[in-house]
Write a protein that binds this ligand. Structure first.
Ligand code: 26W
Length: 792
């Protein structure tokens, strides 16, 4: 970064303000400054970006195929990774400009639903920082995940127009566009490249996202004959493919759109990889897999397997067997969930309509696979379980395709991988034990500590004497020697209070609710899903409120319960839980009689940038999924890294978090996986309902008119989910244990320094949850790729 100095940054900003907006520093709006600063920085890194491409050319590269990249904002992160945040802040201060306002004007790139998409984003950061040749391939949705608003407590969805201020960090590469063919239409995939800047490194990796466009802007003949909408029809059909992240796929047309997205992603990306390979190595041979490895992020990009075979056989004229062998050495698959409904299955008939050749290839792969199973002595019943195409309903099972062809299958936390091996995918594990691996998830310490909590970062750096921990998070363990140092703990508490004040201010501005920074911040933020049990949390809070009304002297600290969650638009129960929680918040926040002793805030439009404000301000990280259901969780790691104890079940990565930081520094409750297995066949929620008056009282509010649900029967349906449909997620069974554990929190919170020590030890022990560790394991154990430093 030797070319960057104060003078040329300043002149760069002035130049771009002038040529893009005809503005000067005095008249520029925040979004204009955001663009001008971003372009100035981009200009300065282009050469290093090019050099990194060169550096990676002759070595093995890994490609992360993902339908989601939940990147969030770019500017602040890039400033941190370039190591120039403080310099830019100084320049802005000198110019009388507000850097923070410029950071805040940036829209999140919200091209993902939740953990899976955010993990992909963290992996990109770690890949660049570790200086490994890792490229991300995805889709450039014009609209990311919807913007969430509340009306009368109900969730409303609005289009997310993240591109409204431009996207200065991406570069459109028309010259590297590729053609993608569906049976009924041919489209163009245009790549947009975003630089992924390694932390204080000269390596700049690439995230390449495809935008779908028509081959021709419009049909000239139709336009001439004044059939204007018909003239634009093909354009609209092409644009629709990358218009929005995961449209509701309940109907046939939604399904078709999603399949088109998936095929667009894999077809364009594979052609790109093959073009580059041929430029470097000439004709394709089995050598291909010595230079390329593709990680499939869940089943969404699994169509890449038959598509690679199609390209190799039909276009490159390889034998089918050779093409299949190449695939077997090229693809690895990550599973992110054991929820049956999330394992993708598609009607073969849809494949026939959209890409019949792909279906043909899948059938050939399947018949080769089935002969292998027969020769191994499997019977028809067993073969049917393994079969890629389900003989009974003609559905293509994407996970089966991925596991049968891919050379590696991994889960995302120890428990999750064990469940895959021992139950969910046990038949596969017995067939191919060598394929199964665990790769516990991680988060990037750059965004999730260094950027979002500069106060704590600076303190850590001060204590350790250097910033090495940002690249080597295990260094945090060296902080343990301060765990009994009261001066350190006081300062640590002070930082927490600062972050709570900042959050309180933001919440006041954005949600219009005042919260007390001196209250206990108990935070549950994540996608809304029944298994994550936001409902259990709400029911608990309502019970606490009732008890407080009965006994105003109840011995609890002042508490603020914060929720953030988006519900899938078609997921009725999730939306009812949003409404219920908002109703509870309203009831409690407006009841003067409890003197603000508890408050509930459901922040709207939870996002990456909101998480960056919430995680550093939490006193308690709530991770209360039904044991066995949360594959890993990564929000839990973000809270831990910022010093919040986990209040959670023994599920997903919570288990590893507690192993690292000690049961005494966290609050573990509830049924364990084994308990649930044992209870499942004899579980009766009515037993709990009848035996626990407090529980009964809160559940009855769903049907006794305490809350109104616009006569949609939404609350009756929630009641039924608990009481008449067997309470699948064991909400009633875990209620008492949760409540007892909350009491332990209240007790522990009284002793300030003892509390601070728990929090501090969470920070000290978070080293293992760096995505640098995770990516290093992918490199060593799956991809077999090496560090490749850009030295040009
Ligand atoms: C088929 C459509 C679809 C798309 C996305 C279904 C479900 C999703 C999810 C939002 C997938 C997801 O985010 N899974 C999460 O992945 C994280 C990263 O591995 C894990 O930490 C979470 O436990 C898991 O729920």
């Amino acid at each position: 970064m030797n070319t960057l100095n104060k003078e040329n940054i300043k002149s760069g900003i002035i130049k771009y303000l002038k040529i893009k907006y005809r503005r000067t520093l005095d008249t520029a709006k925040d979004f204009e400054l955001f663009n001008a600063l971003s372009l100035t920085l981009l200009e300065h890194i282009i050469d290093e970006w090019d050099n990194t491409d060169e550096t990676y050319k002759n070595t093995k590269n890994a490609y992360y195929f993902s339908a989601e990249f939940l990147m969030g904002r770019a500017l602040g992160n890039n400033l941190i990774n370039l190591g120039i945040y403080d310099d830019i802040k100084e320049i802005f201060d000198e110019l009388g400009l507000n850097l923070n306002a410029v950071e805040e004007i940036e829209e999140d790139a919200g091209l993902g639903n939740g953990g899976l998409g955010r993990l992909a984003a963290c992996f990109m950061d770690s890949g660049a920082t570790l200086e490994v040749p890792l490229t991300g391939y995805g889709i450039r949705y014009s609209n990311g995940l919807f913007k969430q608003e509340f009306k009368d407590g109900y969730q409303n969805e609005k289009a997310d127009s993240w591109l409204k201020y431009g996207d200065p960090w991406s570069i459109r590469r028309d010259d590297e566009s590729t053609i993608v063919e569906f049976a009924d239409m041919t489209v163009k995939a245009v790549p947009y490249d975003t630089p992924i800047i390694g932390y204080k490194s000269k390596n700049i990796n690439t995230l390449r996202l495809w935008k779908c466009e028509p081959l021709e802007e419009f049909n000239f003949d139709l336009y001439n004959s004044q059939q204007y909408s018909e003239a634009l029809d093909l354009k609209n059909r092409a644009d629709n493919i990358s218009r929005v992240l995961y449209p509701n796929d309940t109907g046939r047309s939604g399904k078709i759109l999603r399949l088109r997205q998936q095929y667009l992603l894999v077809s364009a990306s594979l052609k790109d990889i093959i073009r580059k390979y041929k430029e470097q190595h000439g004709a394709i041979t089995e050598e291909f897999s010595n230079f390329n490895v593709i990680q499939l992020n869940d089943t969404h990009p699994v169509l890449g397997i038959p598509e690679l075979i199609r390209i190799l056989v039909d276009e490159e004229k390889l034998e089918f067997d050779v093409a299949l062998n190449i695939c077997k050495k090229t693809f690895a698959y990550t599973n992110h969930t054991i929820l049956a409904e999330a394992l993708e299955k598609w009607d073969a008939e849809l494949f026939r309509c959209l890409f019949p050749r792909i279906l043909e290839i899948i059938n050939i792969i399947n018949s080769i696979f089935i002969s292998e199973l027969k020769s191994k002595g499997y019977n028809d019943h067993q073969i049917n379980e393994f079969s890629i195409v389900n003989n009974f309903n003609g559905q293509v099972r994407m996970a089966n395709l991925a596991i049968s062809v891919g050379f590696a299958v991994n889960g995302v936390a120890k428990l999750h991988t064990d469940i895959l091996k021992n139950s969910e995918l046990n038949n596969w594990y017995k067939l191919y034990p060598e394929k199964f691996q665990n790769k516990t998830n991680g988060i990037t310490p750059r965004r999730w500590l260094r950027l979002c909590n500069k106060e704590l970062s600076n303190f850590i750096t001060e204590l350790l004497g250097n910033e090495d921990w940002v690249k080597d998070l295990n260094k945090l363990s060296e902080l343990k020697k301060f765990a009994d140092n009261n001066e350190v703990l006081e300062k640590f508490l002070q930082i927490k209070l600062t972050k709570k004040k900042q959050l309180a201010q933001f919440i006041k501005e954005n949600e219009g609710i005042e919260i007390d920074p001196n209250s206990l911040f108990d935070i549950q933020v994540k996608r809304l899903h029944e298994y994550k049990r936001q409902f259990l949390n709400s029911l608990y809070i309502l019970d606490l409120y009732f008890r407080l009304k009965e006994n105003p002297n109840l011995d609890i600290p002042k508490c603020t319960f914060i929720f953030g969650a988006k519900a899938f638009p078609g997921y009725r129960r999730a939306k009812s839980i949003v409404k219920f929680t908002n109703d509870i918040a309203n009831l409690i926040n407006n009841d003067q009689s409890i003197n603000g002793k508890i408050k509930v805030v459901f922040v709207k439009n939870y996002s990456v940038s909101y998480a960056e404000k919430l995680c550093p301000a939490a006193d308690i990280s709530k991770q209360i999924s039904t044991a066995g259901k949360e594959a890993s969780g990564t929000g839990n790691m973000k809270f831990m890294l910022n010093g919040a104890p986990t209040f959670g079940t023994l599920d997903g990565a919570n288990i590893e978090i507690v192993n690292e930081s000690g049961e005494e520094n966290n609050f573990i409750f509830g049924l364990k996986v084994n308990d649930i297995e044992n209870l499942r066949h004899c579980y009766n929620p009515w037993d709990y309902f009848n035996n626990n008056p407090d529980l009964r009282r809160v559940i009855n509010t769903l049907v006794d008119g305490t809350f109104k649900d616009n006569l949609n029967n939404d609350y009756r349906d929630l009641f039924n989910s608990l009481m008449n449909e067997g309470d699948q997620y064991f909400v009633l069974a875990d209620f008492r244990s949760l409540k007892d554990t909350e009491d332990k929190v209240f007790e522990a919170y009284k002793d300030r320094l003892a509390w601070a020590k728990k929090c501090f030890l969470n920070v000290c022990n978070a080293g293992n949850f760096s995505s640098d560790r995770t990516i290093q394991q992918y490199c060593n154990e799956i991809w077999h790729i090496n560090k490749c430093k850009n030295t040009k």
